[in-house]
Structure formats: structure tokens, C-alpha cells
Write a protein of this length. Structure first.
Length: 476
């Protein structure tokens, strides 16, 4: 396939925004907006099927809500909510602003979004969604589930990620470009027939999902069993609103003489968790050095050196090397910020639930990749520390509880940790043989989840084929 195509001036003029964008015009030249290449003469645009519907969420005093941003920490590739931000009227990002219900279809406006088009069949009154989603209601002449699966097809995903996105940095596509996509004006009966074929596959997917556990839950469960901790008791302590504190207890592990309720509640929680563990150690004894990364001006133009982002520290304790940003800038000691195999990183800023998530670089490094200022690189004394064990421990309930209470920030939707909090972290540290045994148990369970994911992906592929066959008039 050639890398160069000629575009006529009249082709540029066919776009009302007069875009000088080769990827956009290559799409139009090849398909127009008939991206499924349907031979049907009776085509209809998505704008005649999907009605943009935006309702501003009304926050009430004294209430907590579940905020859903667009990122992979909150939504998985199967369209499930896996986490949320706790937000209130007084403390919420401005981007968390939309109220939706079970009649809505949501789709991320961002290029490369992990989550597919979304629709939920449970009560959403306590959920508030990011303005990074486009929100639609479906015409009564169309089956909502048919359109949901249409928006999840690889054909739609491909043009969103490769043809119609715009901008540098965090790129997005225009809502009206999505709504220009054309499909045959399929009779509602045929749509319903397609969904009838899909329903048994949906049940199979649900059966697979029922076998899945969240990565953080798997990691925590192994640690809970290993150290014989009752997580329900930990939750009760964590939800305590008032307790009595002796004066002498205020200086326990408190060299800064902190007076905050949150900090001293952590002491009570850790005292319970660690009461029967004989191998608790202060992490500072095993940290050789820490170093923040470098965040130069970057863009999504694939020119220069790739640079990772916060989303590349994965919940499974690994670092993804699939960079989406690049920089052409340099500095004298730039080599100090290149990622190497076996590097250990912690995110120093995030929501209170996800701050200080950790990951280990386990893939081979083929090209130079930078780690950003959002990361803290930690060098451990590997005579005593198994780095993968430590990444799992940071991401387990041990780390989540500790960093939740020690992270700093006026706005609890974005808090930070520093090297100080890392050095002061008291952790269960058995000998390296036991650390490796724990790592092996966790990896075995995580690998079993990957097999389930493959089965779900295969079933989703079957659904997409039914939808595309219907569009191409091949459905039996």
C-alpha cells in the first residue's frame, strides 16, 4: 500500500472545517462516511439515530457520589466500571459533570480509549460522569443494544483512533464527525433478530465475567491469606469517625508530630494489621535511592523520544511500554531518565484511591523511553527485596490503606506522595524465598484471568460479526 495519496482541492472543500489533515481525507477518499462499505442505497447517518443528551449533575450538600472519569483505572475494555472517585459538592473535578441513566449510551471522546461504548442497566443516580464522554439517546426506531454493539465494532473504533481524531497532547475527535458515519437504514425487526442471536453470547460473556476478579483484589487476597488478616475488621477501623488517643501515642512513628485525624487513624489500622506479623520493616532500610522523572513538552506526533504517562503503571504491578506521547526536547543528562529493564516506579500523584500505585519493567527495552515527573523511580537493595513482591505489596490493601492516609493535597481528587512517605512505609518483609512464593501465587492467579479475558474477547468478536453482517446485509 502506498504511503502517499493525492488529494484534490475539491476534496478539502468538501469538509466544512476545511481541515488540512491527511488521515482524515484518506478516510473520506476511500470510503466517504460509508465506513462499513455497504452497498445499500438507503444509507442513514448516525446523527439521525443518536441524539446528544447532556444533563448537568446536581451535587447536594453533605452527599458522596461515585465519579467516573474516562481512564483505564475506572473502566475496563469490556465496558464495566471497575473503580470510581469519591466526590462531593465541595470536592470534585470540574470535568465530572454529567448525569446519565440506563437509556443513555456513552462513548469516550478520546483517541485510544480503552473502554468501549457504554450502557448500564443499574441505578446510576449516584454516579457522575466525565465531560470526556459523549452521551446519546437512541431513536425509538432503533434497538439501543444494536447501536451499542455497532459503536463497539472494530470498524468504528479504527476510524476514531486513526482517522478523525484531532489535536496534540490528549487528542479527541469531534462529536459531529462520529455522527456523520453512515449505515444502512435497517428495519427494526432485523435489528431485533440480530440481538436475539446475540443474547446467548451475552450470557456466555456474563458467565466468564462472573469468574473474574479485579487484579487489585487478587493481589490483596493473596496477602490477606499469607499474613492472616481480616479485611472486614480493617474496613471497620477505616470507617471509624472518632477514637481516643493517648498523648504518648502522638509521637509513635511521628517525627513530624502530625495532628491530623487521618494520620493517627492509620496508626490504629496498622497496629491491628501488623499485630501478628513478625517481619515488619521500615522501607527506608532497603531504599538505596529515589528519583523523580522528567516531563518535557510532548505530543502524540510520533517524532522524537517516547515518554510514558500515569496510565502506564498497571494494576497488575507491571509497567506498560506502549507510549502514546513523544518529545523532541533533550537535556544534558537525558540518559538518566531512560527506562531500563527491572526498573521500579511509583506514581507520585493521583486520586486518593490510586496514588502511589507501583509497577516493574519486565519487558525488554528496544528503544529509549523516558519516564515522566509523575513517576518516582526507587532503587532497592535487592539482597533483601524482590521488586515484583514490592510492586504487588504497594498495590495491595497494605499500600492502598497507607498511601490513602499519608498522601497530601487540599483536593482529595488529586493528592501526592513524596520520597518521605516512601521511606516511612512500614511493610511486611519476609525472606526472599517467601517473597518469591507470594509472587508466584499472585502471578498464577493473574494469568488465569488473562485466559478468561481471551474468551470474553472471542465472544465479543462474535457479536461484532453479527452486527457487521447485518449492516452488510449478510445476516441469515
Amino acid at each position: 500500500m502506498g504511503l502517499i495519496q493525492n488529494i484534490k482541492f475539491s476534496d478539502l472543500n468538501s469538509d466544512e472545517l476545511f481541515r488540512m489533515d491527511s488521515k482524515f481525507h484518506f478516510l473520506n477518499k476511500k470510503y466517504g462516511w460509508n465506513i462499513f462499505n455497504s452497498k445499500d442505497d438507503n444509507l442513514i447517518s448516525l446523527k439521525d439515530i443518536l441524539a446528544p443528551t447532556y444533563e448537568i449533575f446536581k451535587y447536594e450538600d453533605g452527599e458522596e457520589y461515585k465519579g467516573i472519569p474516562t481512564g483505564r483505572d475506572y473502566l475496563n475494555e469490556f465496558g464495566d466500571i471497575i473503580s470510581h472517585q469519591v466526590v462531593t459538592k465541595e470536592a470534585h473535578p470540574n470535568r465530572l459533570k454529567y448525569k446519565v441513566n440506563s437509556n443513555c449510551i456513552l462513548i469516550s471522546s478520546l483517541k485510544g480509549a480503552k473502554a468501549p461504548a457504554l450502557s448500564f442497566d443499574f441505578d446510576l443516580s449516584n454516579y457522575v460522569f466525565s465531560n470526556g464522554f459523549y452521551v446519546f439517546k437512541v431513536s425509538a426506531l432503533w434497538n439501543k443494544k444494536f447501536i451499542l454493539y455497532l459503536l463497539r465494532t472494530n470498524t468504528i473504533k479504527n476510524i476514531l483512533d486513526n482517522n478523525i481524531y484531532r489535536g496534540i497532547g490528549i487528542s479527541s475527535y469531534r462529536e459531529d464527525d462520529l455522527l456523520k458515519v453512515q449505515i444502512p437504514n435497517i428495519d427494526l425487526t432485523l435489528q431485533d433478530n440480530a440481538i436475539t442471536q446475540i443474547e446467548p453470547i451475552e450470557q456466555e460473556i456474563q458467565d466468564f465475567k462472573s469468574q473474574k476478579k479485579d487484579n487489585l483484589e487478587i493481589i490483596s487476597d493473596v496477602f490477606l491469606k499469607e499474613f492472616n488478616i481480616d479485611l472486614e475488621e480493617v474496613k471497620i477501623l477505616d470507617n471509624t469517625k472518632q477514637f481516643n488517643l493517648k498523648l504518648q501515642d502522638t509521637i509513635l512513628k511521628n517525627d513530624l508530630i502530625r495532628t491530623s485525624f487521618k494520620w493517627h487513624k492509620l496508626e490504629i489500622i496498622q497496629s491491628y494489621m501488623y499485630k501478628d506479623i513478625k517481619c515488619i520493616e521500615k522501607l527506608s532500610k532497603f531504599i538505596i535511592s529515589t528519583k523523580n522523572g522528567w516531563s518535557p513538552l510532548s505530543s502524540e506526533v510520533e517524532e522524537g523520544i517516547p515518554i510514558l504517562g500515569q496510565e502506564h503503571i498497571l494494576r497488575n504491578g507491571k509497567i506498560s511500554l506502549s507510549a502514546s506521547k513523544y518529545t523532541v526536547l533533550t537535556r544534558n543528562n537525558i540518559e538518566d531518565f531512560y527506562i531500563k529493564n527491572n526498573d521500579f516506579f511509583v506514581s507520585r500523584g493521583n486520586t486518593v484511591e490510586l496514588v502511589a500505585m507501583a509497577g516493574l519493567v519486565t519487558d525488554d527495552i528496544e528503544d529509549d523511553i523516558l519516564y515522566p515527573d509523575l513517576y518516582i523511580k526507587i532503587d532497592f537493595d535487592e539482597k533483601y527485596i524482590n521488586k515484583q513482591y514490592m510492586a504487588y505489596l504497594f498495590n495491595s490493601f497494605f499500600g492502598r490503606i497507607y498511601f490513602k492516609h499519608v498522601a497530601k493535597g487540599k483536593n482529595q481528587t488529586m493528592v501526592k506522595v513524596s520520597s518521605k512517605e516512601l521511606y516511612d512505609f512500614h511493610v511486611p518483609l519476609p525472606n526472599k524465598t517467601i517473597q518469591q512464593e507470594i509472587v508466584d501465587k499472585i502471578q498464577t492467579q493473574l494469568n488465569s484471568q488473562k485466559e478468561i479475558d481471551k474468551q470474553i474477547e472471542n465472544k465479543q468478536g462474535e457479536i461484532s460479526k453479527i452486527i457487521e453482517d447485518c449492516i452488510k446485509d449478510d445476516l441469515v
